[in-house]
Design a protein. Structure first.
Length: 180
C-alpha cells in the first residue's frame, strides 16, 4: 500500500462477523469473571459502558446484576457497541499476557510489519484495519503457533483472536503480498 492510500477501518464490533456465538460468550464470560485482574481504568470503562447501555429489569445499576445476566446482556452489547468491544478485547488481551507475548513473537517471526508493541492499548485505535495478507490464513497461524510453542495447548480460537487484536486487522479484504 502506498503512503498516498488511506487506511480503512471497520468498527470494532465488526469482529462479530468472525466469531461464533459460543466463543463470543466465552470471551465475555472470561472478562467479566476476571475483571478484578484488569487495571482499574479498564474495569471502570467496561462497567461504565455496560451500566449506560444495558438495562436489566430489577437492577437500578445493571453492572451489579448477577454474572449470568451480565454475560447474556454483555453479548448483545458486544454485538452492537464498538467501544464495549474494544474495552473487552483489550481486557481479554491483558488478562492473557503470556499468550499475547507468544502470539506477538510468532507474528514477528512470520514477517508481520508495523506491529505495535504487544502492551499497546489498542482500544484507543479507530477500529480494525480491513486488509489482511491472503497467505496468512487462520490455519497457517495456528500451525505456526503450535510449531513455535509445542508444549502449550492453547485453543485455536484464542490464538486467532489474539492475532487479530495484535495486528489490529480483520481478514476482510485479502491481498497478495509482494515477494522480493
Amino acid at each position: 500500500m502506498s503512503e498516498q492510500e488511506h487506511v480503512r477501518y471497520l468498527p470494532f464490533h465488526a469482529i462479530n462477523e468472525f466469531m461464533v456465538d459460543e466463543y463470543r460468550e466465552k470471551v465475555i464470560r472470561f472478562v467479566f469473571e476476571n475483571l478484578g485482574g484488569v487495571n482499574a481504568a479498564r474495569k471502570n470503562a467496561i462497567l461504565s459502558i455496560f451500566k449506560k447501555q444495558v438495562k436489566i429489569p430489577g437492577f437500578r445499576d445493571s453492572s451489579l446484576a448477577p454474572l449470568p445476566l451480565k454475560i447474556r446482556h454483555g453479548e448483545t452489547l458486544f454485538e452492537r457497541n464498538p467501544e464495549f468491544v474494544a474495552q473487552v478485547l483489550q481486557a481479554w488481551a491483558e488478562l492473557h499476557g503470556d499468550l499475547r507475548e507468544k502470539v506477538f513473537q510468532m507474528l514477528t517471526s512470520r514477517g508481520w510489519k508495523n506491529l505495535l508493541p504487544p502492551e499497546t492499548d489498542r482500544s484507543k485505535l479507530p477500529g480494525f484495519q480491513v486488509e489482511w495478507p491472503k497467505s496468512e490464513t487462520y490455519e497457517v497461524l495456528d500451525q505456526s503457533f503450535a510449531e513455535q510453542n509445542p508444549d502449550l495447548e492453547i485453543p485455536n480460537d484464542d490464538v486467532r483472536l489474539m492475532a487479530v487484536w495484535l495486528v489490529n486487522a480483520l481478514p476482510y479484504e485479502l491481498f497478495e503480498e509482494d515477494k522480493p
